[in-house]
Design a protein around this ligand. Structure first.
Ligand code: NAD
Length: 470
């Protein structure tokens, strides 16, 4: 049997976090930093990942008092230090620890596969396996809180039957299966930690006991006095809430794409127009045209409702046209920028030197999963361009296996300099002073540059400035 670290106080409940990715690693810190009225840690936290190279790396960094992902949030670093000093956080790549858990928080990935015609396919194999693992180790009365973004219906129709079956196989009382769902709204970046502990939460349970226990846990971890919880009727409702939230955002972004192209064609500034429309409170969250949508969530979550309708609820004719088109439109957005750059460089990218500034999927994060820059760079290379990439937060671009400069290179020698991500560092570039070859194209694909920077470029004369949406 595994023995717990000596620093784990026996009077504290044990919380296992299944999956130490961008969500789980931060959630583990949030739980480890939950305190009682006397300022003492409430929980012993065990982070659990898979026993492969990447899993062992995350486990080791947590056990060494380091956060497993590059980040620029001071509070994450502080929380990591504090948990390490308090000794109430530990990580392993060994499923047997689930037997010790009073609460398990599920933060593993649930991916979508793509078929031959690029059609989305629900891939539940690993997720089901992970739920079976929990069912085969947890004790009666352990609360399983699913935070993973899942297709609506998953907790009731997939997680519950799997765990109940495992309990029956083990001769345990299946009435003591407790499952709740409370989805994450975490945002890696400057406010990474706060996006968990100082943010609103929605939750539910498969029964009242599960929902009540989930509420108590969330009240311990999150500032629910300032950010009240919302309880929904059941797990399918909270699962829909998450998918709807992200689909709404993806559709809102996709909606702007053709308006951006229209504005560019007829020579108006769409950003100025959007600012005017946003003054109206009902339209304050209108999105703007940009470089595309990346990251692990918005690129897949809008597919979860149509896939659940078909594969979990066996409904015909629920197409979710807006959601599915949004993903497709958002995916081709980076190519809209590339096509425009190609046109401006004489309809030919062969042998052209491009400097691409920003490879992560969004500003101030180092996460490159499903980054729009990947789509852009792949196609640029395919069309014969030579590409140099820079990103202050990415040292290892795993998906592309390409070098990424951390320092800003000399701008001379490039045919085009393409700004793709709103990293703060780019706002420091002084275009009055920087060396540029005559005829260089500066392409702002994502509303990165400020008005003064754009003006400085225009003032130089022999530099071409172009943007998406302007
Ligand atoms: N990244 C975000 O900003 C974000 C925001 C909100 C919600 N979410 C959702 O949260 C979930 C997790 O996202 P993420 O970005 O952390 O993913 P991730 O891929 O970074 O992390 C998932 C982790 O789970 C581990 N894992 C997989 N199967 C496991 C198993 N059986 N046992 C133990 N560990 C296992 C993986 O090795 C990995 O470390 C997803 O559903 C995602 O959609 C993500």
């Amino acid at each position: 049997m595994l023995s717990l670290p000596k620093t784990f106080m026996p009077d504290r409940k044990v919380v296992c976090i299944q999956g130490l990715g961008f969500v789980g690693a931060a959630m583990a810190l949030a739980v480890a930093n939950a305190k009682d009225a006397k300022g003492q840690p409430l929980y012993n936290v065990i982070g659990v990942d898979v026993p492969n190279e990447a899993g062992h790396r995350k486990v080791m960094s947590i056990n060494n008092g380091e956060f497993p992902f590059e980040n620029n949030d001071r509070k994450i670093q502080q929380a990591q230090k504090e948990a390490f000093v308090n000794g109430n956080i530990w990580a392993v790549a060994d499923d047997r620890v689930f037997a010790l858990a009073d609460i398990v928080v599920v933060d593993i990935n649930l991916d979508i596969k793509y078929g031959e015609k690029d059609e989305p396919i629900l891939d539940l194999v690993l997720f089901k396996e992970a739920m079976r693992t929990l069912g085969s180790y947890i004790k009666e009365g352990t609360l399983v809180i699913v935070e993973t973004t899942v297709p609506p219906g998953t907790c009731e129709k997939i997680v519950k039957p799997i765990i109940v079956n495992e309990f029956i196989r083990r001769g345990l009382n299946s009435d003591k299966v407790l499952i709740a769902h409370s989805y994450e709204r975490v945002m890696p970046g400057e406010n990474y930690f706060d996006s968990i502990v100082n943010f609103w939460r929605v939750y539910s349970g498969i029964n009242k006991e599960s929902a009540d226990q989930c509420q108590t846990f969330l009240e311990n971890v999150i500032r629910t006095d300032k950010y009240p919880l919302v309880r929904l009727q059941g797990t399918t409702s909270t699962e829909i809430a998450k998918v709807l939230e992200n689909s709404y955002r993806a559709v809102n972004i996709a909606f702007m794409e053709e308006w951006g192209r229209f504005a560019e064609e007829i020579g108006v500034d769409l950003f100025e127009i959007i600012d005017a429309v946003r003054m109206r409170p009902t339209h304050s969250n209108m999105r703007q045209p940009g470089f595309g949508v990346g990251g692990y969530c918005l690129t897949k979550d809008p597919y979860f409702a149509p896939l659940a309708a078909k594969e979990i609820f066996k409904l015909d004719g629920m197409e979710f046209v807006f959601s599915t088109n949004a993903v497709r439109i958002n995916n081709v957005m980076p190519l809209v920028s590339l096509n425009k750059i190609e046109k401006l460089l004489g309809n030919n990218l062969k042998g052209k030197n491009l400097l691409v500034l920003g490879v992560s999927y969004r500003q101030d994060v180092g996460d490159t999963r499903y980054s729009p820059t990947e789509i852009f760079v792949r196609e640029a290379l395919e069309r014969g361009a030579r590409v140099v990439c820079q990103d202050p937060l990415v040292s290892d671009w795993i998906e592309m296996n390409l070098p990424v400069l951390s320092k800003m290179p000399d701008f001379c020698g490039f045919d085009a300099i393409v700004f793709t991500v709103q990293h703060k560092e780019y706002l420091d570039i002084d275009f009055q002073k920087v060396d540029l070859d005559d005829g260089t194209l500066i392409f702002d694909a994502n509303c990165v540059l400020e008005k003064e920077q754009r003006q400085a470029i225009k003032n130089r004369g022999r530099i071409i400035l172009a943007s998406i949406g302007r």
